[in-house]
Structures are given as C-alpha cells and as structure tokens.
Design a protein. Sequence first.
Lengths: 449, 128
Amino acid sequence: MSKPVVLCCGLTEKASQAVAPLLAGCEIRMLDENGLVALVEAPLDPTPALILCGEMLRDPGPLEAAQLLRSQCREGSIYFVIDGLPTADRRHYIKNGYTDAFSVRLDQRLMRTAVAEAVGTALGVRAFRPVRLLEMEPGQTLPFDTALYLPGNQKYIRLSAAGDPLDADRAARLKEHGVRSLHVPLDQIREYNAHTASRLQVFAGMGRPGQPSEKLQGAVRALLTSVLTELDREGTFPEGRASLNQATEIVKTFLRPPGSSSSVYERILMLSDEGANAYCHSSNVATIAALIALGTGAANPDHMALAGLLHDVGLAHGDEDLEARDPASLSLQERVRLFQHVPDSLEIIRKRKILLPTEAARAVADHHERHDGSGYPDSKVGPKVSLEGQILGIADTLDRATAEIPGRTRVSIKDWIRGQRQGALGGGGPKAFEPGFLKKCLALFPKDE
Amino acid sequence: MIDLNVPVLVVDDMTTMRKIVMKACREIGFTQISEAADGVLAWEAISNAASPFGLIISDWNMPNCTGLDLLKRVRADSRFGRTPFVMVTAETESKQVGDAIAAGVSQYILKPFQPGALKDKLALIAPK
C-alpha cells in the first residue's frame, strides 16, 4: 500500500517543526508557489490525504491558495497553520476554502487532533473524540463503541462495543469516566449525538410542564459541565469550542429527531454553519439557551434555540464587535447603532416573513434588558423583563464574556459563574437578572469548587 | 444557456482565480475570453469594447472598484442593462447576497467553486 501524501506549502520553519511529528507514515511533498499556480492547468494527482498551507505564501497568497486548492480538492482537509497570532478571524480563512486555521501558539492541541484525524483516516487508523455519557441503566445498549484513553502510553482501549447490552458493572464503569477519558470513534459520533439526544427526550418526558425531572436537570448539567469545563481548561479553548459544536449537534437532534420535517431553526442553523464548522456566537447562544430552557422548564427549548440563532441579525455587517467592546468606549453614534440592533433584528425577521413564535420574539426583544433597569432598548425593570429574554441574556452574556477576542482578556467560565452567583445571592448591588431565576439557571452550571 | 460565441470578461484581482475562471470558461466552450484585474479596468474594457461583452464574470472584493460597484455601473448604462453578470465571491452574508440581487446580478457563485458549478449557473441564465 502506498503512503498517504501530505502536501505542504508556505509553512514557516516553526510550523513545519510543529506538524512534522504528526505526519509519521506519510509521504510529505513540498509545493512552492509556482507549483501551486500550475495546479490551475494540472489537477492534483494523487489526491492528498492532507494539505497544510502557511503564512510564507506570497503569490498566490494564503487566501488565493485556499481558493485554488479547494477548487481542485472538494472534500479533503486543507489547514492553514501559522506561527503566531492569527491576523484575521478564523471564519475568514474557512470562508475562503480552508477546513480550519490554527495558530501553533494558541491551537496546538486542536491542530494535533485535526491533523491526527486526517492522517489516521488516510492510514486506516481509527480516530476518537472525547465524550460524556448521560446516565445509563443496566441492560441498555449503546449504538457506538466506547474506548478509554490511556495518556501514559497514548493508546485507546475498547470498553464496550456497539450493540453490547450493558451489565450493571459496565454501566457503573462507564459512569465513572468523564469526558477526558471516555472516547467514541469519530466515525460513530453521529450515533453518539443521536443517542444523547434520545436520552434527553426520555428524561424530558419524565417531568411535568414547567417542572423538569431531576434526571433531565442532571443531564443538562452534565452536558453544560462538559462543555464549559472544556472551555475553561487552560490552553484547551479550541477543544471546548469543538465540545460546544458537539452540544449544538445534540440539541439540534433533540429538537428535531431524524426523520421529522425540518424546522425554521434547522434551516437557519444550516445556513449559519454553511461550509464551516465555525465557532459561531449565534449557534453557541442558541445551544446554551435551549439547554437552560430545558433544564429550568421556564421556556420552550425549540423557541429559545430559534431566538438564539436570530437574536443578533440586526447587527449590521461589520458591527459585530460593538457588543464585545466596553460600553464606555463607544461613541454616541456607536451606542445608537448598538441599541438599535434589537428593534432592527425584529424588523428583519418580520420583513423576511420568518414566523417567529411569540415566546422567541419576546426573547429577542428583551435579551439586552436587565432586571435592575440598566438594559436597553426600553430600560425595562423587574418582572417586565420576560423569562425568555433573561435566558437569552444569560446565554449571550456567558458566550460574549468568555469568548476569545483579540486585545481583550477572556473571562474564565469559572470566574463568570462565580461573579453571577455572587450577584444572585449577594445583597445590595445591581442585579442584571432576577436573582431567584438566575439561581435556578446557575444550578445547571458546573459547581464552584 | 448563453451563446458560446459571445465575448466574455473575467474580472478578479487574484491572478490564479482569473486563470481558474478562464479555464472553466474555455472548458464550457467559450472562445473569446478577456480579463481585467479590478473593477476600474473592467469598466474601461466594457465601455470601450468594439464588440460588447455577452457575459461578465466578476469577483466581489477588489481594490479600486468592487464587483458590486461594477455591477451597478453596468446596470446603470442602458447599453449593458441586460448583459448577464455573474458574481463570484466568498461572501455568504444574506445582506450581501440581497445587495447583489437588488443591483441586478444574474447569478451568484460562492468561492471556492468547482469548475462544474460555473457551467450549472450559466445554464440558468436565459439568452439575451
């Protein structure tokens, strides 16, 4: 069997050194700029298992190279690997044809996983993803294999096979293992997502309207904990990002099980994810808001997911960073634009004839209103701020405060939760959210240790 | 489908992208293919052409004059009001797609694209 080919073009020495150990067993071919241009006339042959491009590309530049390579290699993995900090948003690289973009300094772990997955697939070696299993009962069968990762010798050992009924001992052993040690093969990750969503369906059926069962609350807490804990681990933010994407898939399957007709939510999610597995604020907010709605029983998760996807459509193109900035640093004009995005969002939704349930429209309208009257656009106070608006507000605040934004120090999830807990329980100070409701929501988040 | 004998103008500031689009045009069967590196040069070529272009394929993001500005100029001139204009771009924002439609774009192709995609889109354009 011939070795899988990895094509490298324009990588810096440092980037080459970082990827070299991951390419064992592959034939590495270097392609210079002339070679790239020649691809216009002579397509890639054989199709490489992986293409790695770097910042040394000048003519064609990195984006032009991505467009050229992608036109020749529709499905393959093409990664942009740079030494330092990215000069553009990751989505910009993805939009131009890269599968993903990594900074050797920031995204070491994510890059290793992605490259190992591409190389592993080409070599016929199975790649794995870390997961968390929701509560299981003896006798239950899992439609996917599970494996334990042994960091000492960097190996996976199988714990259970797809279709095996779980005896009490094995169910207990699986329960013991958290997201960092339990893994599912990459080729069975859809089965894992569908299984997790179906467990949520079962738990959701156990409660009463407005009163979720303890099992459901526990399951939501487990999912949020696995996502948020991963997001918070030092140096592993990208893994958390992947974990959040995973949670989005689970929520999507929960809201619309396979075979059912597609919803507005699903269609919008598909649009927002088009061509990229991108880190996306709207889909993160949709996922977190749907999970909070599910775990508290305070709103319909479907409507909250929809509201999450649409809540910022009123932000004009290029204005997205206004929300991320310190309000005190905004000019009067910028403040007006920021305040206007809420009514603008609702107007766009109305004009596009999207049938938004009242609950979801209320959430969009109120997501920047605050319990103490400090919000906008209408400075609503106390009970005038809807529960839906508060759920969306909590999800929005969490994702924005903890996002990685160049030039700003990211708040850790732990600090964000601690700050919110103090706000909810402490007396005196301003309260962004109704304390009793916020406390209920925070009960779904990882415990402060 | 557009008549394959009409002159075609390919506009893109990226040399390799122009080459890719021109190659796709040749594969489709067009024989008279010209190129321009930005919107200003393209407008010069369009307005001074002895034989008017029967198809313009333009990138969106270009220095000096964007693809959208070029489209607006072309549509504002009664001589080229009905010339098929295809926008090739990486921009997927619905607002931008909407702007291009409002300005009178004939078809919209997302970059990076496969050569077959151009042929499929051109098949949807009614002959003048």
